[in-house]
Unconditional design. Sequence first.
Length: 641
Amino acid sequence: MAYAGLTSHHVNYLIWRYFQESGHAQAAIMLQRAWHQNPDDLPFASYIKPHALVTLIQKGLLYYELEQSLDKACNCFLSKSRGAILTISQDGNPVSSTPASFFGPLASDSHDVPAEVKDQGEFAKGKDAADGNIPPTSPKSAESKVTTDGVVNGRANEAVTSPISGKGRKSTSVKDGDTNLPGDETPMEIDHQEAAQEQVSVTRASPSVEPMVDGDGDVGMGGQEEREPSPPIFTLTVGQSTGVQISPSKAADLGPDTTLLDVDGDSHITQTLWRPNDPTVVTAAGDTFCGLWKLSGLRSSISPTHESLVETKGDGSCVTALNWDSAGTMLAVATYSDPMHGTITMYGQEGTAIDLLPDLPRMVSGLHWAPRGLRMAVVLSDGQHSELTLWDQAVRPDEFPSPKVIDGLIHDVSWCDEELMYASGDGSVYEYRVDADIDFVKTYTSTDRQEPWTFVASATIDGSPIAVTASSSTTNIWIPTHDISLSAAHHGDITALELRPQPQSSVLQKSAALLLATSSMDDTLKLWNIDVDSKEIHCMHRLYLGPSSPALCSRFSPDGYAIAAATHDKLMIWNVERGGLPMAKWTAPNITKDDTEQDGLNSKMEDFEDSAFYRSLSWDSDGKKLALGFGKQMAIINLQR
């Protein structure tokens, strides 16, 4: 049924609203990104009622059935000679009285029959044709569609005969989503042959429909008998894949769109960071260096420009931490020359030093900017004790405020919002309220008082804060704010923990599930669905990187659409919703011992082996580029998705 004035914007908006109302948040985000940034701003949006797409389809199907029944009542007559109902077309020729369905012609009663039955049918047909009662039927017009599972055009059949014995099903082999067909037969021919062997005849029964007027004054679908849904057909899964693979069947090769940058430093890359809101500036740092790379003209012959920020040159100093503020206006870099003296320098977006913060009595082990503004939590450590203090760039005091002393180590810090912060330590997670200073709120203590909670992440769900932490060595996951725990989440040390970024739209955020990613040395990356109400953690996807391929790091894309993980010599990217096989891959240049000896580069091979466990991964703000640090090189990987 056609609706006048229905444009593509109307259709897209109806589908987008359906995704929202049915809880498919990620599908709504994907459609929104490809179509319109804020669909609710469209002029007709306020007039669309809830469940509009379902109502539109129901009414359209019913109107179509009514239209067909009216046409049939006006054009049909009873043939006295055969007692059959025939219809007369406009040119006076008799045609089949079976009405065409909204989704195409209905299936006939039979597709293929045994040889003896077929012979009898041919004999009867020839006899009738000779008598002039029924016109002969051509082979093409005799073909009909047969559906499996006793369903024709979306309606259940009352009776389905059992499959006939005879020729077995033809075998097919499936690999990487491709099907090898025997002989010269096409997929359509094979489908017809197999369906003919499984089903001889199908009888249809149309359910009764009692029209009912809905709230809009239109005829609805009330009174229609609901048929029992057909049993689901499960798809085979292979190996570690837990999702249904869709086209393309093979991961895209990101090698041709990758640029390798050599880092001029004496140490390996330990951290890579893109400047927020700027996909052209990336920062890389190691123990003895820190620098900025400007990527203008990356795809052309123009090489990226490099600005060195810190270069120790053997003076004994070391880079211990760095981080951009949320707006990308300032880069904080912490260094130390001895364990009892730490310094923090602020750099601008062009790499110019703009501020030197007061000296600190211990080494700076962590810099954590607030989600908004220029406030930064600073973690100090001497190897046995830790301190937590706050720096406010708007105030710029002459010295840091009095720190909060922790008897033990602070392993990680996470801002939940501008006023709430969590810190993970040995056997405990600490909650702080942040205003002009850091105020202690409470301590969450785990069962094992000595268990090191290596990672912590936090978010706000339905207005309630939630903190998630994991222990690298014990591979336990703990949600202290809701008393939820999971033991032995992996078979090897956990290397990263991250919560999936929350949708920006307030409408989608209400229906978004809390999704957690953990990567491990057991060659896997796992995606966990956290149900706060039932206090359960379910593994949604187990993504396999390959044999002897530990996941050394992992990161969600900024929009939560994809997740990337890196091992010694490769990087893989998956769709978060589907899981299964990766969408894309990148493989590092091979370095073998034979090659290095022939080229006289034994030192390069030794550096490669020493840096085998140093991998740092970062997405740009647009989610279109990745920066991967491996050894003394940084790969800038461009994505096409």
